[in-house]
Structures are given as structure tokens and as C-alpha cells.
Design a protein around this ligand. Structure first.
Ligand SMILES: NC(=O)C1=CN([C@@H]2O[C@H](COP(=O)(O)OP(=O)(O)OC[C@H]3O[C@@H](n4cnc5c(N)ncnc54)[C@H](OP(=O)(O)O)[C@@H]3O)[C@@H](O)[C@H]2O)C=CC1
Ligand SMILES: CC(C)(CO)C(=O)C(=O)O
Length: 344
């Protein structure tokens, strides 16, 4: 009897539930981790994804922590939980396991090379990730998928799941990656392998940086941010700050016209950070906002609009703030023109 291909999915929230349901169509053996009430839900009823009208149900193996090596491990937690989730699931990770962190924000591996993981202190303060994972086994990932989950754990996705994967250093087992991509494609996840994965990460992070904290503070949907002149000028000011830093790092990012189109096209969608603010959950501010700002400051630059926005968030008490407070808060941000950036 052949040994089954084993895929671990750490975290059964929006993305983890969707991935577990989709990957169940690949024929691989799927192991999902969950805790508390979610563990009980999956044990009883499995996972369910409504993928643009198609209901996909599956009964993966479910546990609090995976205790045997996986061929591939998708880590679907918030960025601030990545190190603890990896530490808890240490037994799932053999030297040959492909580990795919599916998180938004500046990735902990962004400065990795064959010599080591590099270090972004905010993202891996105790170096758990750097010590546990080798750069060759980590695949960078950019996921374009919008998923929301209801109280019963049922996930709903409103677009074609699209995933870009990329090696973060030399030494990645290309045959293993090819096999994983075939399984993802069989599952309905449109997947490519992109040698320029860092560029792709920064393009997505440009959108997150420009919108997420702003939406958490104001409650604005993506299309509001694209259309409302006051919100739009904050978002494009943030994008200018981000683009200036990225350009110093050697990356050329799309211009504000691209960003505004993306926001308007997205419609009345609450960013993932607004969803967290509304649910009273911790916000991914370190990975999405503070880590790029720290890197900019380390390079002698600054991000004054983001600095002020984080300050307003810290002092807001309750987020989103009342609508009546928004105009004064937006006017208080340092939206002075910054030097024109060279953009693609
Ligand atoms: N939602 C979306 O549409 C998109 C999200 N993303 C990104 O994907 C990542 C995941 O987001 P999302 O799925 O929405 O987040 P959720 O908060 O919905 O899910 C995270 C899950 O991880 C679980 N978790 C946290 N720590 C651990 C741990 N140590 N062990 C096991 N489980 C753990 C949480 O469990 P518990 O509830 O018990 O805390 C929760 O179920 C984020 O970086 C997000 O920005 C990217 C693209 C789109
Ligand atoms: C939709 C988008 C790109 C908005 O920033 C996103 O990824 C999010 O909501 O976190």
C-alpha cells in the first residue's frame, strides 16, 4: 500500500477552514489543528466551505497539535501567532516538510538566504521560527482569497482561490514543490511558482498597509477608501510612504491609480483587520504596519502618516471610532506632500 501524502493545516479560522476543505479534494491525507469550541465543531461536523456557491464538505483528521511529520504544512494563523503555532506543531516538521506560512504582512523570511533566515525582530522576537525552520523548506506565499466564517465555523469564499508560492532561498526541493502544486491545482486552488515572490508579497502588502489600519480605525469598507476623498488621500499617502521604502529596498511597486482601482473594484468588503477590530480580536499591526515602518526607520527614512495612524489607533479606546470623530482624526494626520516616488 502506498504511503499517503500528508498535508497539515494549522489553524481552522477563515483561511485554514477554506484550505482544509479545498485540499480534501486532492486525495491527500489532511490533518487540521484547532482548539476549544472549533475543535469540537470539526470533530463533530468536519469542515465546510461555500466556494462561490459550491458547497465543499470534508472530514479531515483534527487535533490540537500534529504529532507526526507532514509532507506539507500550511500555517493559517494570524502573523502574531505564527511562532507559537510552529512551536506547538514542531513534530509535524521534518527536514523535508514544505512549510507554507499563509499570513499577511512582511514575512519573517523576507531577508532569508541559503545562509540563514535573517531577522525581523518584531516578527520572530525569540527566533523560534529561525531556529525551527530552514530557509530551504519555507515557501513564501501570497494568497488572493477573501474568506469569512460564521459562528458555526462554515466558511464562505467570494473569489477564485489564487496562490503564488516561491522559494525564499536556494536549496528548495523543486520536485516536492511541483508535487504540492499539482495537488493544489487538483483542489481548485490556482497556483503558480513565482521566482519573484518578494515582489509579489510587497504588492499585496502595499494594499494592506494602505488600507488595513485605516479601515480598523474608521470602519471604512475598501470601496469607501477608494471613493471618499479624505480617506483616499490617507490611503494614497500611506502607499507613498510604503512605496518609498520598498524602492530603497530595490522593489518597484504599482502606482496609486492601481491601488484606487483595486479598492473600488473590491466593493463594500471589510479588510481582514476591520473584521478583527469588529470582533474585538488582536490586530496584525506588527506584520502589516510596524515591521515595514521599523525597516524604513532603520534605513534612515520614516513613515510619519503610519506613525500617526498607529498613535490614533492606540488612543482610540474602541475601534472603529464613532463616525462623527473621523473627519477630525483624518485632518490630524500629517498628510504633507512627500517627495515624488519613482513608480512602475
Ligand atoms: N480572511 C481572509 O480573507 C484573508 C486572510 N489572510 C491572512 O491569512 C492569515 C489567517 O487569517 P484568517 O484565517 O482570516 O484568521 P482567523 O483569525 O480567522 O484564523 C486564525 C486561526 O488560527 C487559530 N490559531 C491561533 N493560534 C493558534 C495555535 N497556536 N494553534 C492552532 N490554532 C491557532 C485561531 O484559533 P482561535 O480562534 O482559537 O484563536 C484561528 O482559528 C492572516 O495573516 C490574514 O491576514 C490573507 C488573505 C485573505
Ligand atoms: C483585501 C485586502 C487586499 C485589503 O487590504 C486584504 O488582503 C485584507 O483585507 O487584508
Amino acid at each position: 500500500m502506498s504511503v499517503p501524502y500528508k498535508i497539515g493545516v494549522i489553524g481552522a479560522g477563515n483561511i485554514g477552514t477554506a484550505m482544509a476543505a479545498l485540499l480534501s479534494r486532492s486525495g491527500a491525507e489532511i490533518h487540521v489543528t484547532a482548539r476549544g469550541a472549533r475543535l469540537a465543531q470539526i470533530t463533530q461536523a468536519g469542515v465546510e466551505l461555500n466556494d462561490r456557491g459550491e458547497i465543499i464538505t470534508a472530514r479531515p483528521k483534527v487535533c490540537e497539535a500534529i504529532t507526526e511529520p507532514m509532507d506539507a504544512l500550511f500555517v493559517c494563523v494570524k502573523s502574531q501567532s505564527l511562532a507559537s503555532a510552529i512551536a506547538l506543531n514542531r513534530a509535524a516538521i521534518a527536514p523535508s516538510t514544505l512549510v507554507i506560512p499563509m499570513v499577511n504582512g512582511l514575512p519573517f523570511w523576507f531577508y532569508a538566504s541559503a545562509d540563514g533566515m535573517g531577522h525581523v525582530p518584531l516578527l520572530d522576537p525569540d527566533r523560534v521560527l529561525a531556529r525551527t525552520l530552514s530557509p530551504a523548506q519555507v515557501l513564501g506565499a501570497v494568497l488572493l482569497m477573501t474568506v469569512q466564517t460564521d459562528a458555526t465555523g462554515k466558511a464562505t469564499s467570494s473569489n477564485t482561490p489564487t496562490l503564488s508560492l516561491g522559494a525564499v532561498s536556494d536549496g528548495t526541493d523543486e520536485a516536492a514543490v511541483t508535487r504540492l502544486i499539482a495537488l493544489l491545482e487538483t483542489s481548485g486552488v490556482r497556483t503558480d511558482f513565482d521566482p519573484a515572490i518578494r515582489q509579489k508579497v510587497l504588492v499585496k502588502l502595499l494594499a494592506n498597509f494602505a488600507t488595513n489600519a485605516l479601515s480598523a480605525l474608521t470602519g471604512a469598507m475598501l470601496d469607501d477608501i477608494g471613493r471618499d476623498p479624505a480617506l483616499r488621500s490617507v490611503a494614497t499617502g500611506l502607499a507613498d510612504e510604503f512605496r518609498a521604502w520598498a524602492s530603497r529596498e530595490g522593489y518597484s511597486l504599482p502606482p496609486n491609480a492601481w491601488l484606487v482601482d483595486l479598492l473600488i473594484d473590491a466593493g463594500a468588503f471589510p479588510t481582514s483587520m476591520l473584521q478583527d477590530a469588529l470582533a474585538g480580536k488582536p490586530l496584525e499591526l506588527d506584520a502589516i504596519c510596524r515591521a515595514p515602518m521599523d525597516r524604513a526607520r532603520m534605513g534612515g527614512g520614516d513613515m510619519p502618516i503610519m506613525g500617526a495612524l498607529l498613535d490614533r489607533l492606540a488612543h482610540a479606546g474602541h475601534t472603529p471610532v464613532p463616525r462623527s470623530d473621523i473627519p477630525a482624526i483624518l485632518r490630524s494626520l500629517p498628510l504633507s506632500p512627500i517627495p515624488a516616488q519613482k513608480t512602475a
